[in-house]
Ligand binder design. Structure first.
Ligand code: FAD
Length: 1006
């Protein structure tokens, strides 16, 4: 049924005004300045700095279990911001109050209880009995309820089981009680005559710790396994279940879960199952239309709760960080408009879809009321929902106008409750919040009730046009990182799947050497195999001997003499072309890594992105460095500083980032005007061949790049010791790196240049877990840093140093999480850990597993790994490790993690710095002082605060260590290229017979 929009609009405004009148003089308790919460909110809205500190403090509070840590954090968070602190906090932070004393204790207690009180305002109870009591009261006041168990994103399957048990507990408690409840505004057993009294919300991600977009099927199955019995129980109680929607990464699996549950043969006849849609997502309108047509096709009544969405900030930041299109609307009125459009669509389909409008915005609510009226939607087909503890006047007004109001009631522990509280505080204090504008700022009624289309037009006109991408030298846009893969997009998953099939079709080919642009076949070949199934030969790769090495070096020397004089911009263009070829072939290049070295899909895709970044970044860096720089401005003299490539560069690549690191080292050398002889690792030579193919297609002159796989024992020394080699760029183990340096230091007959060695070597990287660390984040970060790609990264975490007070909690959750990780071939995206790279690595890691188990106490040793001949090793975590033990000192390059205990932050830093490596490190802490201390004293090349130790990105995290972790400057950083060039200076006397031309920059002539 169509609607006359012009007739509807005045009715919406009138309805809104009437609504406001009916609650005149009332304000939500959260803004009541007579109370502590209201004061804090008021401060937060006036002072952004205080808001950040306050909300961060609320977030960390549940971890501050001792009086000492509470005092310390109050001082660290608020101590120096005297002017803007509410009195209650200022007293607590007073100089004399710290370090003990009765006064401090009393004040600290007050602060804690005030904040906990604020959290309780949004939570109906911490225990089932309290929740039931609260519900009873709400119903007495005439409101329905939705119960939601707090606790998000469990990290392991045990926590999912506990969460499931938590639901069963509250359901049992409600079941025992609900029979006694009279129906709201009706006789019989249903509220308002049509709605189940019991209404339950579930968050899908909380029911399966391994859910991830790349594995849609596995995720839906995992969630279904636990949600379905809960639904059955709710059905048995005659209740309603709504599947909440969380971050975008869970959207697709949530919709799929809903459809499966709704259409399951045993549940088809039960209509009381709902799903949430978020209007801030640009995709929601079509998603809702699709669900409605699905419902019609299946002939299944459905129910939708429409919200604007609770994760706007994080979705926006995440998309920007990853270079993705922003999935949410960016002008607030666009979300409001979407809510109005989608509400209408749902109400127009009221015969098949029950509607729950969840909003505190009186314009949004008035629109729904009037649209429903205009469409003659029966009352029983729609209702209103608001959050417990918020917007009391709105719920009261709704109760008067619409009757059918339900309160969404979180219940459970205060720890997840604090995270929920922070979300609510952010929502209420956001500039765009309707509640803030209406009840804290007293905005004009006309503006509050304005048609969002008008607001949108005005804001769009006032909005500055997007700046577009900034331009750099030579007309190229400034460098930005390649977007990461977004497996929420089905085409990305299909891209990988198809590419894996394609790569597999090419298995078994023979790959020649490429020397001076020509393919050279050798009788010696080396099979590169799939580590998940060593009987599968990815390719047979020809192996260079000493002769081929000498041939390649001779041709490289010749090519260098011409290439070094090619304009830097022209050299950079080859890199840009190579980057665009990699972009075109990303899926295939990624799939090859999955099969040749056993990388997980996202890891492999990330490697290609990094390779592209190196090409784009170094190209731009060369343009920057390529113009001669005038030195000084003495009159009559022109001094120019410029660079030339050093000569022939031997690049010896690793297998763990087979394209990225190789492409980075080769590209840097090439763009600086050197010729490269590239020896890939024997374990990833088919990937290496891809690099040769790409440079050729990009138009690099023959001879500037030769592809020279070969056995180190046969041709390694011939390459490193050759007198024509000027630079050796190496990434690999410390042992090989040191040997290369030793060999390179010896001057060979005929050698005219000192060899430059750039070597990125190993690490024994540590992550410190402070006693106030956010364990959800710390455990996720440690697991990823230690076990992604089986721990085979030089940046991988192999030591975790945990502060005593948090030790037991951290270790037990980490161990459970490690037990939940799925291990199997990386080709199957449901597996989070795969095989190690080959049989030799497997044997070497197994020795370290034994060593770890003998030196420490085993916490986890996953023996449930595929026993099908693949190169698997047990994921191993041991504790009771001290700093002198071998497992705390030697690099393993595999999934073996040592846990060490520290009394305090000083001891933790001392342990962290106690190896000869200095590559990466990380600390999880919410203490500003400890973070500052780590910044200064955690002596590694790359330190990460509150994030994992791996995943460095070109430019943003220019990468490399010192001590035994390497020599040379950071790759992907501003000094890297300088290592491949010799600086030259030419000084010209420009005075002839007393006449000196005026040069740009001269200041001697007025
Ligand atoms: C009963 C109930 C259940 C809920 N369940 C869920 C759920 O399952 N999943 C979920 O995500 N949320 C859920 N929410 C939270 C809900 O998304 C927020 O409370 C809601 O977005 C606030 O909207 P409003 O209409 O009350 O307020 P308003 O102040 O009108 O709207 C605020 C909202 O506008 C959007 N917004 C803010 N700034 C911008 C901008 N610059 N550009 C575009 N949009 C912007 C955001 O979504 C923000 O939350 C639920 C809320 C209720 C009441």
């Amino acid at each position: 049924m169509a609607i006359d929009a012009s007739a509807l609009e005045p009715k919406i405004i009138a309805r809104g005004k009437e609504f406001f009148q009916s609650i005149a003089g009332e304000a939500p308790s959260i803004f009541n300045k007579g109370w502590w919460t209201g004061k804090v909110m008021d401060w937060a809205m006036q002072n952004e700095d205080f808001k950040v500190q306050m909300f961060r403090f609320v977030d960390v509070l549940p971890y501050l279990t001792t009086s000492e840590s509470l005092s310390r954090h109050i001082e660290e968070y608020f101590g120096d911001k005297d002017a803007n602190i509410p009195d209650v906090l200022k007293w607590g932070a007073g100089k004399t109050g710290f370090g003990g004393g009765l006064v401090a204790m009393v004040l600290n207690k007050a602060i804690r209880s005030n904040i906990e009180g604020m959290a309780r305002q949004f939570i109906i109870g911490e225990k089932a009995s309290e929740a039931v009591k609260g519900i009873r009261q709400l119903r007495k006041d005439g409101f329905g309820f939705i119960i939601d168990l707090l606790g998000e994103a469990p990290l392991n399957e045990k926590e999912c089981d506990e969460y499931y048990d938590g639901y069963m507990e509250i359901l049992n408690a409600i079941q025992a009680e609900c029979k006694k409840w009279d129906a709201l505004d009706a006789t019989g057993d249903l509220d308002w005559g049509t709605s189940p009294k019991v209404n339950v919300a579930v968050k899908p991600s909380a029911f399966f710790s391994q859910a991830k977009p790349v594995d849609l099927e596995g995720s839906v199955e995992g969630i279904y396994r636990r949600v379905e019995p809960i639904y059955r129980k709710i059905k048995e109680m005659g209740g309603f279940m709504c599947i909440d929607v969380e971050q975008l990464k869970y959207r697709e699996m949530t919709i799929e879960l809903y459809k499966r549950l709704r259409s399951a043969p045993e549940h088809r006849d039960y209509p009381h199952l709902g799903i949430v849609y978020q209007c801030y997502l640009k995709s929601t309108e079509s998603d809702v239309a699709e669900l409605l047509s699905w419902a019609r096709k299946e002939n299944l009544p459905i129910s939708i709760r429409l919200v604007k969405g609770a994760y706007w900030d994080s979705e926006t930041v995440l998309a920007k960080q990853n270079g993705w299109d922003i999935p949410v609307w960016t002008i607030k009125a666009e979300s409001d408009m979407a809510h109005e459009r989608i509400s209408r669509m749902i109400l127009q389909n009221h015969d098949i879809c029950h509607f729950a409008c969840a909003s505190h915005n009186i314009r949004t609510i008035s629109n729904v009321i009037e649209t429903a009226k205009a469409l003659n939607v029966p009352d029983s087909r729609y209702e209103f929902q608001v959050l417990y503890g918020m917007a009391e006047p709105v719920r009261k007004g709704l109760r008067n106008v619409a009757k059918r109001v339900r309160l969404y009631c979180p219940y459970g522990d205060l720890i997840p409750g604090m995270a929920y509280l922070v979300r609510r505080l952010l929502e209420n204090t956001a500039n765009e919040s309707f509640l803030r504008q209406s009840f804290a700022e007293g905005a004009e009624l006309e503006r509050l009730l304005e048609n969002p289309e008008a607001t949108y037009k005005r804001e769009l006109a006032a909005k500055k046009a997007p700046a577009g991408r900034k331009m750099g030298p030579a007309g190229y846009p400034v460098f930005t990182n390649e977007p990461g893969v977004d497996f929420t997009i089905p085409a990305a998953r299909a891209g990988m799947k198809n590419a894996l099939e394609k790569v597999r079709r090419d298995f078994g080919k023979t790959y020649p050497l490429i020397i001076g642009g020509k393919e050279v076949k050798t009788s010696d070949t080396l099979n590169s195999y799939n580590p998940a199934n060593p009987s599968e030969i990815v390719g047979a790769v020809c192996q260079a001997g000493v002769k081929e090495t000498q041939d390649a070096l001779a041709l490289a020397r010749k090519a260098y003499l011409e290439w070094r004089d090619v304009e830097p911009l022209e050299r950079a263009k080859v890199l840009f072309k190579a980057a665009s070829i990699m972009r075109r072939d990303t899926y295939e290049l990624s799939a090859l890594q999955v099969l040749e070295v056993g990388k997980q899909w996202d890891q492999a895709y990330g490697d290609i992105g990094e390779a592209i970044d190196f090409l784009e970044y170094y190209g731009r860096e060369m343009i920057r460095l390529g113009s001669p720089r005038r030195m000084g401005n003495a009159p009559g003299e022109m001094n120019q500083y410029f660079y030339q490539g050093k000569g022939v560069t031997a690049v010896i690549g690793p297998w763990n980032f087979p394209l990225a690191i190789s492409a980075g080292m080769c590209a840097a050398a090439i763009v600086c005007g050197n010729a490269v002889v590239y020896k890939p690792s024997g374990l990833s030579s088919v990937v290496g061949y891809g690099l040769a193919r790409i440079f050729k297609e990009a138009g690099l002159p023959d001879g500037v790049f030769s592809y020279l796989p070969g056995r180190g024992s046969v041709m390694g020394d011939a390459l490193v010791e050759h007198p024509d080699v000027s630079v050796i760029a190496f990434t690999g183990s410390m042992e090989v790196g040191l040997r290369i340096q030793e060999k390179a230091a010896k001057v060979q007959p005929g050698q005219v240049q000192c060899k430059k060695v750039i070597a990125e070597m190993g690490g024994k990287n540590a992550i410190i877990i402070d006693d106030d660390a956010d364990l959800d984040e710390a455990i996720t970060g440690v697991l990823y840093s230690a076990f992604a790609f089986q721990g085979q990264k030089c940046s991988a975490c192999s030591r975790v140093i945990v502060l005593d007070p948090i030790y037991d909690r951290f270790v037990s959750r980490l161990a459970e999480a490690a037990k939940s990780i799925k291990i199997g071939p990386s080709e199957d995206p449901s597996n989070a850990m795969g095989p190690v790279v080959d049989k030799a690595a497997q044997a070497s890691i197994m020795k370290y597993v034994d060593l770890a188990c003998s030196e420490g106490k085993v916490l986890v040793k996953r023996t449930d790994i595929p026993a099908d001949g693949g190169c698997y090793v047990p994921l191993t975590i041991v504790e009771n490790i001290t700093k002198s033990m071998r497992i705390a000192q030697e690099e393993v390059f595999g999934p073996v993690l040592a846990i060490m205990r520290a009394k305090n932050i000083d001891e933790a830093l001392d342990i962290a710095n106690s190896t000869r490596f200095a590559l990466t490190g990380a600390i999880y802490s919410r203490s500003p002082k400890h973070l500052e201390k780590a910044r200064k004293e955690f002596r590694v090349g790359n330190l990460y605060l509150n994030k994992g130790s791996t995943g460095a990105m070109v430019e943003r995290h220019a990468f490399g260590g010192f001590n035994m972790s390497g020599v040379g400057s950071k790759s992907g950083g501003p000094d890297y290229l300088l290592q491949f060039m010799d600086p030259r200076l030419v000084s010209e006397n420009t005075i002839r017979r007393g006449f000196a031309p005026v040069e740009e920059g001269d200041d001697w002539v007025e």
